[in-house]
Structures are given as structure tokens and as C-alpha cells.
Design a protein around this ligand. Structure first.
Ligand code: AHN
Ligand code: ZN
Length: 345
């Protein structure tokens, strides 16, 4: 905690005391972690938090994929949603379903629902965690079967799997976070225009669930201290550059989360680079609900494409999911929740 604030304090001090402080600081870094090559404000002292189980998160992803593509207006979508609600309740979360009927770019009316699970519903200080739970109805970036729905193992199921595992971890752990937690599974995120189409000028067809929720909060006057969105958090070798909109709306939260990740040893995933700004569910939470929210999102850097090669293709199946990536993301988010007991966040 103190190292995040030390940078500012250093400016007030000069001469020998500065030198002394630097020496203490270097020694402190060595105790906290092995990464003395990082700049001084990147290592933080962490509280004890329960372990995230990546095998269980993987099984939650597999379970969703087994229902079939979670495309709105299909039986698989209804069954998967019901299963997620059952799991949240099993882990002691109070569940609110928010049905809505958005119209898509291709004129379809969807039977959609946002699913909200609340832990410690009476707590005033809350952290919002979210992922979209629907999967894309087309494989428009694939070269074959472009009109067929995709498994969405990473794009959709990975975020839900990590969040369900976080819910399970809190439920089974003796130590509980002191804050309230809301897990929102947004529906109808991924029915946006196809790859070769011009996007509509007046309306965004992505993120229909978060747009609806931000304008129709599940509890009147709902707010949270901050939020974290997970999107495509399970691919092998994924990197999470600091997403552009997150840095625009919530840079201090983003930097603190990345510092926690690095301290835990996940710096190879949570890299110190800024990525593109992406129209994702957090944008509406930020600019309509006015809750600062970051997006942990896999983006490719130094590539002609923004997202991984699997994105919106049939390759987005269980074969791309890697437990090491799930562990890095899940453990980081759990640590953030438990740090809220301390003064860091
Ligand atoms: C855009 O491509 C502009 N937004 C897509 C965000 C997304 C799609 N995340 C997952 N699937
Ligand atoms: Zn998608």
C-alpha cells in the first residue's frame, strides 16, 4: 500500500534523507517480491487472500460450452442462464433477474436477461464485477460456417467461469471480504454488426445488456466504489494491456489492479502497455451509470488485429482455454476484493 503513495512523498524530501529512503525502498522491494527490475511504485504489500482454483473455473467454462452456444432466443441460452442463477444462489448470493427485449441490428427482438448476484447486499461500499454471458450467433471472422454460432469458450464463458469461481471461493473461505460485491452477467453483448458491415451511426448494437442496465439500475440509486469487467480472460498466452477506455475513465483503479497482478507474479499477463479503446460493457457503466469501471480484456499488440485469432471464429472453443491465464486473472481479482479490507483501494 505505502509504495503507491511513496512516489508523491518523495518529492517533498531531499538530500541524504532521499538517499536513505531509496535504500530502504530497494530493500523493501526485495522482501516483497523478486522483481527488483520494476519501477519503485509497482510492488505493493498484500493482505492474505484465499486461493483461486483454476481447475474449478475451467470446469465452469466447460459447463457453459456444453449447454451449446448461449445465443439469445435459444433453449441453450435459457438453460445456461438458469444454471448460472442456481450457482450464484448456492454460493449465498442474492439474485436479481432483469429481463429486457432489445432489438438487434438485423431486426430481431431478443428475450434477454441480465443476471445480478449480490454478496453482502446491505453493505454501502460495493465492488461491481461483470462479464457478458451470451455468445456470438455468427462466426463472421471465420472462413467457414460463418452463419453458425460459436462455442464462445473465451468470448463469454471465460469471464462467467472466473466470476462463478470467485463466488464459490468467497463462499467456501473462512475469511470474507468486508465490502459488498455485485456480480453482473450482462446479456446480449455480442450481437453487434458483422465484420464486413458499416456500423449504424446513431446506435451501438454491441453491449445491449449493459446499455439497458445502466439506464435501468436493478436497484434505484445503485452505485459501486468501482467495477471490473472481464472479457476474454482465458486464452493461452493472453496479454492484458491497459484498455484505452478504462484508462480514460478509471486510470488509478486500472494502475492499482495491474500493480497487484504484478506483485502476485502475473506481470507477463498484465503488461505495462496501453491497448486500444474498446466498445465493451464497461463503457456504459462508466458513462451512463457513472461508476468507474475497468476492462480486463485480451488484446493483441504488434499485430494487424485487435483481438486474438480465435475471436468470432469456431476456434473460440475449449482448445484455446488455459488454466494458467484463468489463475492469473482470478487470483488478481480475488486479491483486489480482499485488499478492500485494507486501505489500498
Ligand atoms: C467491438 O468490436 C467494437 N466491440 C466488441 C467487444 C466484444 C465483442 N467483446 C467481446 N466480443
Ligand atoms: Zn464477441
Amino acid at each position: 500500500m505505502h509504495k503507491l503513495k511513496r512516489t508523491a512523498n518523495l518529492k517533498k524530501i531531499s538530500g541524504y534523507s532521499l538517499l536513505l529512503l531509496l535504500l530502504i525502498n530497494i530493500a523493501g522491494c526485495r522482501q516483497n517480491s523478486g522483481s527488483t527490475t520494476q519501477s519503485e511504485e509497482t510492488t505493493v504489500k498484500l493482505v492474505n487472500a484465499p486461493a483461486f482454483n483454476a481447475d474449478s473455473a475451467y470446469a465452469f467454462i466447460e459447463n457453459q460450452v456444453k449447454f451449446g452456444p448461449r445465443v439469445p432466443n435459444t433453449p441453450a441460452h435459457v438453460k445456461a442462464g438458469d444454471w448460472m442463477i442456481k450457482k450464484l444462489k448456492e454460493y449465498g448470493f442474492e439474485v436479481t433477474e432483469q429481463p429486457f427485449k432489445p432489438v438487434t441490428f438485423d431486426g430481431k427482438t431478443l428475450n434477454a436477461r441480465n443476471i445480478i448476484g449480490s454478496y453482502n447486499p446491505a453493505a454501502a461500499k460495493r465492488i461491481l464485477l461483470a462479464a457478458h454471458w451470451d455468445s456470438r450467433p455468427f462466426a463472421d471472422k471465420d472462413s467457414t460456417r460463418k452463419e453458425q454460432p460459436i462455442d464462445g469458450a473465451n468470448d463469454g464463458a471465460s469471464g462467467v467461469g472466473v466470476l462463478l469461481e470467485i463466488a464459490r471461493t468467497i463462499h467456501t473461505s473462512a475469511k470474507k471480504p468486508e465490502i459488498g460485491i455485485d456480480i453482473i452477467f450482462f446479456d446480449a453483448e455480442d450481437w453487434g454488426e458483422k465484420e464486413d458491415m458499416q456500423p449504424a451511426q446513431d446506435k451501438v448494437y454491441w453491449c445491449l445488456g449493459s446499455q439497458y442496465w445502466a439506464q435501468n439500475l436493478h436497484k434505484p440509486g445503485y452505485s459501486a466504489y468501482f467495477g471490473i469487467l472481464l472479457d476474454m480472460v482465458g486464452a493461452k498466452g493472453a496479454v492484458f494491456p491497459k484498455e484505452g477506455m478504462s484508462m480514460q475513465y478509471a486510470s488509478s483503479i486500472n494502475n492499482q489492479v495491474w500493480n497487484i497482478a504484478r506483485t502476485l507474479g502475473y506481470g507477463q499477463y498484465f503488461i505495462e502497455e496501453e491497448g486500444a479503446g474498446i466498445t465493451d460493457d464497461h463503457v456504459y457503466v462508466n458513462n451512463l451509470a457513472r461508476i468507474p469501471m475497468i476492462d480486463i480484456l485480451h488484446q493483441e499488440l504488434n499485430s494487424s488485429r485487435t483481438f486474438g485469432a480465435y475471436h468470432h471464429t469456431h476456434h473460440d472453443n475449449m482448445g484455446v482455454i488455459d488454466k494458467n491465464t484463468l489463475k492469473a486473472v482470478g487470483q488478481t481479482v480475488i486479491q483486489v476484493l480482499y485488499e478492500s479490507n485494507s486501505e489500498m483501494l
